[in-house]
Write a protein that binds this ligand. Structure first.
Ligand SMILES: C[S@@+](CC[C@H](N)C(=O)[O-])C[C@H]1O[C@@H](n2cnc3c(N)ncnc32)[C@H](O)[C@@H]1O
Length: 301
């Protein structure tokens, strides 16, 4: 069958481009909206140790991990365990009206993917969870709830819209048949249902799109991205930069449309006419980088 089990160490994606385009200023204020393993944050601070950082992650584990990292101990960092859409509230609390730069490195981290218990990976047996934030105060919607409770029509829409899955209807129908007999609670139960809908072998895992779709639905990733970006554009200082790295076409489309809308206002300028992609050598070293697209905008008023 499919043997995809491999543990990948986190390497920050497109590091050189991130540093180049953020163009950090001494004593500037920067928001790392997606802290993860702190990979980008570390290279930013190595390049420009005097910057002030406000770092967000909705995953408490990511925040704890970075708080315990000795490299970050002596640096000017405020760690915040919350969704990045809520950053304006924290800026007000910190008495900050605008920031010099924002970094969004979207999606899940290597740690989240590698932690079998989180249910993000179709390669590992786990409960169907997929929440980036496991704090019950943040969210209680899990992949298991979606799979067992949504109508067949709704499941089809989720797989089609968020996974661009051509067999969405067939997969949704099979799920609804199976769940009449037993509750679907684990990743591998779901994987075997999805696999049974494909007759031909393909290079890519057949459950890839369904897992992407569920993850997006559970974490409301596209709505959060739109709201987070709009907020960042409004809180960006003159000459400031917003750098966004996305990993699939749905995210990239949102970034492209929002940047276009703001550039048409006249005082924002898109710095990447076409999205930047990683160099071939980076993809060889860092498999995660293979689908990355980076877009950058600046404010000039
Ligand atoms: C791709 S990883 C970031 C990796 C990081 N740049 C590094 O180099 O270590 C994405 C992280 O963003 C977090 N995240 C995704 N969406 C978020 C949101 N709306 N609010 C806060 N954190 C989010 C995830 O929990 C994950 O830890």
């Amino acid at each position: 069958m499919f043997s995809y089990l491999k543990v990948e160490k986190h390497i920050p994606v497109m590091s050189a481009e991130v540093l180049n385009y953020l163009d950090m200023k001494k004593n500037g204020i920067y928001l790392d909206c997606t802290l993860g393993s702190g990979g980008h944050l570390q290279i930013m601070l190595e390049r420009c140790p005097e910057i002030k950082i406000i770092a967000f992650d909705q995953d408490q584990e990511a925040i704890k991990r970075c708080q315990q990292n000795p490299f970050f101990a002596s640096k000017k960092i405020t760690f915040i365990n919350d969704n990045f859409v809520n950053f304006p509230h924290y800026l007000t609390e910190l008495n900050i009206s605008q920031a010099d730069g924002f970094l969004f490195d979207l999606g899940v981290s290597s740690e989240q993917l590698n932690d079998a218990s989180r249910g993000f990976s179709y390669r590992q047996e786990a409960p169907l969870d997929m929440r980036m934030s496991t704090e019950s105060t943040h969210s209680t919607l899990t992949a298991q709830k979606i799979i067992n409770n949504c109508s067949c029509q709704k499941l089809t829409e989720i797989f089609r819209e968020y996974g661009e899955e051509k067999k969405a209807k067939k997969i949704a129908w099979r799920i609804c048949q199976v769940r009449k007999k037993e509750k679907i609670t684990t990743t591998q139960q779901l994987v075997s249902i999805v696999v049974s809908c494909f007759s031909q072998k393909s290079k890519k895992h057949p459950a890839r799109r369904v897992f992407q779709a569920l993850r997006i639905a559970v974490n409301q990733e596209l709505i959060n991205l739109s709201r987070g970006l709009e907020n960042a554009l409004q809180k960006l200082k003159n000459d400031g930069r917003i750098v966004v790295i996305s990993y699939h076409s749905l995210e990239d489309r949102i970034v492209k449309q929002i940047f276009k809308k703001y550039s048409e206002l006249g005082y924002y300028q898109i710095l990447t006419k076409k999205p930047l992609t990683p160099a071939g050598e980076e993809i060889v070293i860092n498999h995660r980088a293979r689908s990355a697209k980076m877009r950058v905008i600046t404010r000039q008023k």
